[in-house]
Design a protein around this ligand. Structure first.
Ligand code: NOJ
Length: 764
């Protein structure tokens, strides 16, 4: 997609509180920064240092007035959950006018897939397999957030996950290491721009370090147990990629790893992060994580928890008062050294320096006279880009007898509790997005059909009829509504309408809150109320198009049989309704590919494409009892990783290699010709996988090593070449050496992870 976002350069002259800042922000000058920070540290009292380590969330527990008071006294280092320029400026004013050292605050927020304009959830963004689209999202999100006065975001979330039961799969980029790494890296480079100090850039905080996506059973906040090989091979690379791309922050995970909570893991936070990876930025605990060390069973009381956290490498504490309460005493008793306090404070000051706050504390604020009259003004949104990106994230899972694209004629029945929900389509962590500004599918279809065809609409079902689940979803705010009519009345109306239509489009799946933090599910089917609706619609005999909205792979085995077509749309954001309509009516040809396997049932989990072989693989042609399978289920996913249909067809030629063998340090090219054999122009994603069939460790049956998105006109062919070097062949061996072992390798190229063209080469 095209990216021609104007580069806005705005210069604001504000008297600097630190006229001695020796280097301009944006100029990588670590020496100057270190000298500056050392000088500042030497002027600070212990309490001022400890104040810098506290990150406060504005909310009912911490009203703005109380926070302002603490700021004046130098008890706060940073703020989150404040999102307007006047609010942010008022807090920074307290520092600049009333605190002793005038060390600016930084302001952070969960800008995960947009700030005012909400883009598709990250799992959807990953389905685009389009790094440039993700950069567009990163750039605009940073622009809008910086324009609101923010300096930092709690993103990207790069927790690889094989667990659809886990609600936070929605926030990450799926099950694959390479895809997650590329997407995370794109987000960091786009959000931070040339420098996080730029007027319209944000500093990123990669999260959740580490392995949060691997919580056992997908149960939220559960523990993780993992071999070092798997950790370094599959789960840690995306964090490393984001840091290599320059992310200034790391948010530490809530889970434990092999028995040690990440918040108490000096090996993870010091040996790996600081010593091996040379990270110089800031580590921030997740919400309340320090106190939780007591529940984890590694700290006896809050004081002990604080000692463990700071000595393990947690610089800044999010949303609790424990550092402020206990660090002074711990330093006095010698349990925590001044050097440890200085280290943590230095990291906080380093990132403030890198954000350019010392040379201009109002860097992202500008003068009050320039504040927008209406923070939610329509003119502040980026709808065009949101619509284009969203369309790329939609995955066509089924299209029997080409029922899609729909014609803009006749009568179409649109049903389902998600068809007209402005809130749900934005997905979780929709930052400062305003639901009333989002376009539902109903609106999108109406806009597309105006004057051409009739659109009938009925809700048809509640999100769920289970009172316990309704209560859970509404526990903090009214999130799902329950219709006054009975479930049967809702279904009857939808069925009556379906009978009058030529085709039925059913928008079903999860509500926003069902795929979020703290929303693990043990049943990943579409909720029963909606399944009953689908059964009734199916019984009308009308062609049934299912538009799925959800934040995780669902078990849709039954619906995959019922529906004539299925379009996976995730939670597609502010312009989601338009984008889905663009694809349903064929104005845009779908090109999304699954970033995660869709299981056949919850009992099969985990299902992921890059699994290890077993000693007794199941063979469908020659089934044998004593082989690896469930006797009541098919092995393998319903829809595999990398899969997605198009309104056109593509063929992939046999693979040719530039050489049959590779030597250490050398490279070879693997090429295919991809042809658009259909009648429409379309994009697809060419994917290269490798497998090391004989190694000192059992290696995955295949692993994604590279991919390329291409666009082809009907009849057009393109030669696509991938480079293979020893880097792609390396893995962590039993002794934890990172090696490429000589021998034969299988190389597969295809348009998903299953239907591939295979060849073999040798590493000498
Ligand atoms: C807790 C979540 O785990 C984390 O992802 C988020 O950034 C913080 N809360 C702040 O909202």
């Amino acid at each position: 997609m095209k990216w021609f976002y104007p580069l806005l350069v705005i210069s604001v002259s504000i008297p600097t509180a630190f006229a001695t800042t020796p280097a301009e922000p944006g100029v990588p000058n670590e020496q100057a920064r270190d000298a500056f920070v050392t000088r500042l540290l030497s002027k600070m009292t212990l309490n001022e240092k400890i104040g810098q380590l506290r990150l406060i969330s504005v909310g009912p527990d911490n009203p703005k007035s109380a926070i302002r008071n603490m700021i004046r006294q130098g008890q706060v280092g940073a703020i989150f959950n404040t999102v307007t320029r006047p609010d942010i400026r008022a807090m920074q004013d307290q520092v600049m006018q009333l605190s002793r050292l005038k060390i600016p605050l930084f302001f952070a927020y969960d800008v995960v897939h947009g700030q005012r304009t909400i883009f598709p959830i990250p799992l959807g963004l990953a389905a685009s397999w389009d790094v440039n689209a993700v950069k567009t999202v990163g750039r605009i999100s940073a622009y809008e957030a910086a324009d609101d006065g923010l300096n930092m975001t709690w993103a990207p979330m790069v927790d690889v996950s094989h667990e659809p039961r886990w609600g936070r799969m929605s926030e990450g980029f799926g099950e694959d290491t390479l895809l997650t790494s590329r997407m995370g890296q794109a987000m960091v480079t786009a959000m931070q721009g040339k420098s996080p100090a730029d007027r319209y850039s944000l500093m990123t905080t990669v999260k959740h370090f580490a392995l949060y996506g691997a919580v056992e059973g997908g149960r939220e906040y559960n523990s993780v147990d993992m071999s070092p090989q798997r950790m370094f091979q599959e789960y840690l690379p995306p964090y490393k990629a984001a840091l290599d791309a320059g992310s200034g922050g790391v948010m530490v995970a809530l889970n434990s790893i092999n028995g040690v909570p990440a918040t108490a893991d000096a090996w993870l936070l010091k040996d790996v992060l600081r010593r091996q990876w040379k990270f110089k930025g800031i580590t921030i605990s997740d919400h309340g994580a320090i106190k939780e060390l007591i529940q984890h069973g590694v700290a006896s009381d809050p004081q002990d928890a604080v000692r463990i956290a700071i000595t393990s490498g947690i610089d800044m504490s999010m949303s609790d008062q424990y550092y402020s309460e206990y660090l002074p005493g711990l330093v006095k008793s010698g349990a925590v050294t001044m050097a440890e306090i200085d280290d943590a404070t230095r990291h906080v000051l380093n990132v403030k320096y890198d954000m350019g706050l010392f040379s201009d504390p109002y860097r992202h604020l500008g003068p009050a006279k320039d504040d927008p009259a209406d923070t939610n003004a329509e003119s502040r949104l980026h709808r065009r880009e949101a619509r284009d990106v969203a369309a790329e994230t939609l995955v066509l899972l089924k299209n029997r007898l080409d029922v899609l694209p729909l014609k803009k004629q006749g009568t179409i029945a649109l049903v389902g509790p998600l068809a007209d929900s402005q809130r749900d389509i934005m997905g979780s962590w929709s930052a400062a997005g305003v639901a009333t500004q989002s376009v539902t599918l109903r609106q999108g279809m109406e806009d597309a059909l105006r004057g051409k065809a009739t659109l009938l609409y009925a809700k048809g079902a509640n999100i769920t009829d289970n009172p316990q689940v309704q209560k859970f979803l509404n526990s903090y705010e009214p999130a799902v509504t329950v219709d006054k009519q009975s479930p049967q009345q809702l279904i009857d109306q939808a069925v009556d309408m379906a009978r009058k239509a030529d085709v039925v489009v059913a928008a079903v799946g999860e509500s926003q809150g069902m795929a979020h933090e703290a929303s693990s599910r043990s049943d990943i089917r579409i909720p029963q109320a909606q399944r009953r609706l689908l059964d009734a619609l199916k019984a009308t005999g009308k062609p049934l198009v299912i538009v799925l909205m959800n934040g995780r792979p669902l078990d849709i085995s039954h619906q995959a049989e019922q529906a004539n077509a299925i379009l996976e749309t995730w939670f597609s954001g502010t312009e989601g309704g338009h984008a889905i309509a663009d694809v349903l009516f064929g104005d845009i040809n779908p090109s999304g590919k699954l970033p995660v396997s869709f299981p056949r049932s919850v009992g099969q989990l985990p299902v992921y494409y890059n699994h290890l072989p077993t000693g007794r693989p199941y063979n469908y042609l020659h089934p044998d009892k004593y082989t690896s399978h469930y006797y009541d289920a098919i092995n393998g996913p319903l829809y595999p990783f990398g899969y997605g249909l198009s309104y056109t067809t593509f063929t992939v030629s046999l693979v040719t290699l530039s050489a049959p063998a590779l030597s250490a340090g050398g490279s070879l090219q693997a090429s295919v010709t991809v042809t658009n054999t259909g009648k429409r122009s379309g994009a697809t994603v060419v994917q290269m996988y490798l497998n090391d069939p004989v190694a000192s460790l059992s290696r995955p049956v295949e692993e994604l090593k590279d991919f390329r998105r291409i666009q082809l006109a009907p009849g057009q062919s393109e030669r696509v070449s991938f480079t293979v070097t020893t880097d792609e062949l390396k893995f962590w061996d039993p002794q934890m050496h990172y090696v490429a072992e000589p021998g034969k390798f299988n190389l597969m190229i295809g348009l998903d992870s299953v239907r591939t063209q295979k060849t073999v080469f040798t590493l000498r």
